[in-house]
Design a binder for this molecule. Structure first.
Ligand code: NAP
Ligand code: GCO
Length: 264
C-alpha cells in the first residue's frame, strides 16, 4: 500500500514555492521521494527559498521566472528539462490576492489578479504538458480556494480567477485524461500564512480580529488550517494512489463548505 504514495524518481515543479503553502507541499512531495524544483519572481526570493529548503535537508532547484510571462516560462521549463529532467508533477501554486471592494477596484488590479491566478496556471501547464505527454504520465495540482465556490466582499478578482481555475482543472482533465495526465485542484480553506496575516492581526485592544473570529465560527474544526494540513492531500494527488481521480477539487477546509455556520 505504501508504494502507491511513493514519488521516488519523480520531478515536481511547485510554482511560487519559496515559502507558505507551496513550500509545505514541496516539502511533503520531497518526503515521499520527489526531486523539488520551484520558481519565484526574483533571485533574492529564490535564494531565500533554497536556504529554507536546505534547513529542512532538501536540495531544491530554484529558478527565476514570472508565471505570467509565457515566453520566459517556456524557456525556463526547457532549462529545467536540461538541468534536472522532465517534470512529472506540476503544482500551480503561485498566486496573489487584492482585497479591494469591487467598485473601488481598478481594471488594472482586476487584470493582474486574473493574470497571475488564472492565466499563470494556463501558461505553466501549457509549457509542462508536452513533457508529460512524452513521458506518458503526469500530475497537475492547481491550488484553488474557498473562493472557487464562494464569494465574499472585496475579493471579486480572486474569486473570478479561482473559480476559473476550477474549470481550467476540469478542462485539462477532459483534454489530457486519455494521455494518462491527472489534473486535480487542491482547495485550501483558511490557512495561516503571510497571505492571510492581515485577516488575523490582533486589534489595538488585544482582541482577535473580527475576521479571525468569523473564520473560527465558520469552520467546524474551529481553527485556521496549517500548511501541514495540506501535505497529505497533496501527496495523494501527486501519487499513483490517485490515478483514477481526475478533474476533482479536493477541499481541505476543516469542513467550511459543508457548514451553514454557527447558530447565533
Ligand atoms: P502567497 O503569498 O500567496 O504565496 C504565493 C507565492 O507565489 C509567493 O512565493 C509569491 O512570490 C509567488 N508569486 C506571486 N506572483 C508570482 C508570479 N507572477 N510568478 C511566480 N511566482 C509568483 O502565500 P500562500 O498563502 O502560500 O498562497 C499560495 C497559494 O495558495 C496561492 O495560489 C493562494 O491563492 C492559495 N491559497 C491560499 C490560502 C490561504 O489561506 N493562505 C487559501 C487558499 C488558497 P513573492 O512572495 O516573491 O511575491
Ligand atoms: C480572503 C482570503 C481567501 C483565502 C483562501 C480561502 O480574503 O477571503 O484571503 O480568499 O486566502 O483563498 O480558501
Amino acid at each position: 500500500m505504501k508504494n502507491m504514495f511513493k514519488l521516488d524518481g519523480k520531478i515536481a515543479l511547485v510554482t511560487g514555492g519559496s515559502y507558505g503553502i507551496g513550500f509545505a507541499i514541496a516539502e511533503a512531495l520531497h518526503g515521499a521521494g520527489a526531486t523539488i524544483v520551484f520558481n519565484d519572481l526574483n533571485q533574492e526570493a529564490v535564494d531565500k527559498g533554497i536556504a529554507a529548503y536546505k534547513e529542512k535537508g532538501i536540495t531544491a532547484h530554484g529558478y527565476v521566472f514570472d508565471v505570467t510571462d509565457a515566453v520566459t516560462t517556456k524557456e525556463k521549463v526547457e532549462k529545467i528539462r536540461n538541468e534536472v529532467g522532465i517534470i512529472d508533477i506540476l503544482v500551480n501554486n503561485a498566486g496573489i490576492i487584492k482585497r479591494i471592494p469591487m467598485l473601488d477596484m481598478s481594471v488594472e488590479d482586476f487584470r493582474q489578479v486574473i493574470d497571475v491566478d488564472l492565466n499563470g496556471p494556463f501558461i505553466v501547464s501549457q509549457a509542462v504538458i508536452p513533457g508529460m505527454l512524452e513521458k506518458g504520465h503526469g500530475k497537475i495540482i492547481n491550488i484553488c480556494s474557498m473562493m472557487s465556490e464562494l464569494g465574499r466582499e472585496t475579493v471579486s478578482a480572486y474569486a473570478a480567477a479561482k473559480g476559473g481555475l476550477k474549470m481550467l482543472t476540469r478542462n485539462i482533465c477532459s483534454e489530457f485524461g486519455e494521455a494518462n495526465i491527472q489534473c486535480n485542484g487542491l482547495g485550501p480553506g483558511y490557512i495561516a500564512t503571510p497571505q492571510t496575516a492581515p485577516l488575523r492581526e490582533p486589534q489595538a485592544d488585544g482582541s482577535r480580529h473580527p475576521f479571525d473570529q468569523f473564520i473560527i465560527a465558520k469552520t467546524p474544526a474551529a481553527r485556521w488550517g496549517t500548511t501541514e494540513d495540506l501535505q497529505g492531500p497533496a501527496v495523494f494527488l501527486a501519487s499513483d494512489a490517485s490515478n483514477f481521480v481526475n478533474g476533482h477539487i479536493l477541499y481541505v477546509d476543516g469542513g467550511i463548505l459543508a457548514y451553514i455556520g454557527k447558530q447565533p
